[in-house]
Ligand binder design. Structure first.
Ligand SMILES: [Zn+2]
Length: 216
């Protein structure tokens, strides 16, 4: 994705080859480094049975969600940023998808990203289970923060097993700074699979995100 962003911090959504950094419209301009994330939300989709097991047997906290309130908040945020709420998803949103509307679909390992987050000073500050809008599906949510004032809690072993597994679909989203100036990136992972079957690795790449082939 093009690295340019507008005055509000909204990233350009033009998709590029991996060798390019800026789209035709933005190349040749003097453009700084895009906003770096303060927080990264890793969201791993799991079925109800596994969610129940994690809540009841591993003590992972469950946090209910108010989808309507969230929708209102997202709409207001899209309006504040001047972005088209329904541009990428029928359910709406204010972020920009790094790899386009359909994301990555070839079997993804996030091991490279997890290593890079550690090297970049990110720590786990929260984890919980929350409902998905899809019936009978839930998300494991793991929150990484680069703010050293936030307490690092370490990742629960059971959740580490999920994070270090493979995932069929990956959708990283970057968001412009919110009204408090906090930048959040979100990574949604769908359909767990064997780590050994993954063809590509996802990289944090200092908030620019990227992929590499996994040699087999
Ligand atoms: Zn651009």
């Amino acid at each position: 994705m093009c690295e340019a962003q507008n005055a509000m911090g909204v990233r350009c959504d033009v998709l590029l080859n991996l060798s390019q950094s800026h789209c035709e419209m933005h190349s040749g301009h003097r453009i700084g480094v895009p906003s770096q994330p303060d927080k990264i939300l890793l969201r791993l989709q799991i079925p109800e049975r596994e969610a129940n097991d994690l809540i009841q047997n591993a003590g992972i906290p469950y946090v209910p969600r108010d989808f309507e309130a969230q929708d209102e908040k997202n709409k207001a945020e899209a309006e504040r940023l001047g972005v088209d709420f329904k541009k990428f998803r029928s359910e709406g949103g204010s972020g920009t998808p790094v790899f386009g509307r359909s994301g990555l679909k070839t079997g993804i390992s996030i091991r490279p990203m997890l290593d890079e987050l550690g090297e970049s000073g990110f720590t786990t500050v929260n984890y919980h289970i929350e409902p998905s809008q899809k019936p009978s599906m839930f998300y494991i949510v793991i929150v990484f923060s680069s703010d050293s004032d936030e307490e690092a809690i370490g990742l629960h072993e059971r959740l580490g097993d999920y994070a270090y597994s493979g995932w069929r679909y990956a959708h990283p989203w970057v968001h412009a700074p919110n009204e408090s100036g906090v930048v959040t990136h979100a990574l949604n992972l769908l359909f767990q699979m064997e780590d050994e079957a993954c063809k590509i690795g996802l990289h944090y790449n200092s908030g620019l995100w990227g992929i590499s082939d996994i040699p087999r």
